[in-house]
Design a protein around this ligand. Structure first.
Ligand code: SF4
Length: 423
């Protein structure tokens, strides 16, 4: 098929822009290597990212196959009733674009999603066609993330995982009541059924690899992710985090991505009109880290009086302020679990402290050398040379004393926190 590049360019501007609303992308976790005669190589750290003006992370070739859709999800700019300009790529065009962009070093992989054309299965088949052609015909070894279209059959989901590094079925909303309001054609169980099918096959493939069946096919080696839209309904952070925790436990998800709802043109009256709360989105990511890496239960991070995470302080510090009886913690004798709950103590630093303890007594200077923020941590710890005044931990103004200074939130702060786990 002859590719018309001018035509492709105008489609690209529509379909790359339309894809930026899907936050469920990152390339961590895949180890695919270049093979003889092939092209591409996925390193552990993965694909290049860019940031949309509203702060969302987007990959460089992150596109929709089409922004036509037969569904009418009210929060989506591509819904059937939207009057946006439409475009559609043929599978061969996406293959050529991916290869050309890769050769020019613009991208390290492809994130491909789509609106639903005619039926879920027909759409899914075309997405699979792209990935299969890249892998088999062009020996492309770069990263591929395929979206599992809502309602696609198990047979097609299992085919998608054969060619993709990662797959994702978006749950979109934390509870069915929210979907009933904004996307009545979708169900939570449809998304979780797809997640279960993927999780089962990922485990089977891993077992086959362990048993050293040399020819055992790989299946979505970077696992699966999902996306939840935040702020389009009244659902609280407590409800959102409960659902995330359940998804992690049941389906071994690599990530739940939280995407602050961005107002869209001609939006339904049910939908909020204001700016998306990126701080809320960030607090949810921090709480998500606490559940996955710090042994917190989602139910500990909010409570009945405050079902939403505080915006002015990180969720671990907020938990510590609500549980002052658990502090101060002696850094020289505390368990790993206790250390992980100290505000400012990240996972890596806790491991470093545990490694240091057999050889020396930990002082406040040692904590400072680990770059743990003392402004926050010092009220909650005991070291050889530091024992905070017992009254301080109960002081009514403790929150004000440890609160970070008011400043313009920077993407780099968020990235640093996400990379280091320092919460
Ligand atoms: S199915 Fe996906 S693309 Fe279609 S309207 Fe719903 S969210 Fe948008």
């Amino acid at each position: 098929m002859a590719i018309q590049w001018d035509n492709l360019k105008s489609k690209l501007s529509i379909l790359a822009d339309a894809a930026k609303y899907d936050a469920s992308c990152s390339s961590s976790g895949s180890q695919r290597k270049r093979e003889n005669g092939g092209m591409g190589n996925v390193e552990g750290m993965g694909i290049c990212h860019s940031y949309a003006p509203d702060g969302r992370c987007i990959s460089l070739l992150k596109i929709l196959m089409t922004n036509f859709c037969i569904f009418d999800c009210k929060y989506c700019i591509n819904r059937v009733s939207s009057d946006v300009k439409r475009a559609r790529f043929m599978p061969e065009e996406i293959v050529q674009l991916t290869l050309e962009f890769y050769r020019r070093n613009y991208i390290e992989g492809l994130f491909l999603s789509s609106g639903i054309i005619k039926s879920s299965d027909e759409t899914m088949e075309q997405l699979i066609q792209v990935a299969k052609s890249l892998r088999l015909e062009h020996k492309f070894q770069g990263y591929i993330h395929l979206k599992v279209v809502a309602g696609a059959s198990e047979e097609l989901i299992l085919k998608a995982g054969l060619w993709a590094d990662r797959v994702s079925a978006n749950i979109e909303m934390p509870v069915q009541a929210d979907l009933n309001l904004l996307a009545p054609a979708k169900t939570i169980s449809e998304a979780t059924t797809s997640m279960q099918q993927i999780a089962t096959r990922v485990e089977e493939a891993k077992e086959d690899q362990k048993k050293k069946f040399i020819k055992a096919p790989r299946f979505a080696p970077a696992g699966q992710t999902t996306q939840m839209i935040v702020g389009a309904t009244e659902s609280t952070d407590s409800v959102i985090l409960d659902q995330s925790q359940s998804l992690y436990k049941k389906y071994s998800l690599r990530r739940v991505y939280y995407s602050a709802y961005s107002p869209i043109p001609h939006a339904d009256a049910f939908l909020p009109r204001g700016e998306p709360s990126l701080i809320r989105e960030n607090r949810l990511y921090q709480a998500d880290w606490l559940v996955r890496f710090y042994n917190f239960d989602a139910s500990e991070l909010t409570n009945a009086e405050s079902p939403n995470l505080p915006l002015d302080i990180d969720p671990k510090t907020a938990w510590a302020l609500r549980n002052r009886h658990a502090f101060p913690v002696n850094v020289n004798t505390a368990t790993r679990e206790e250390l992980l709950r100290i505000p400012g103590f990240g996972v890596k630093n806790v491991e470093r402290i545990l490694q240091m303890r057999p050889f020396k007594k930990i002082s406040l200077m040692d904590i400072a050398k680990l770059r743990i923020p003392l402004k926050r941590a010092r009220f909650f710890i005991v070291t050889t040379d530091h024992n905070p005044d017992a009254f301080l931990i109960d002081a009514s103004d403790l929150k004000e004393r440890i609160k970070p200074e008011e400043k313009q939130m920077s993407l780099f702060d968020v990235k640093l926190s996400a990379a280091s786990g320092d919460l």
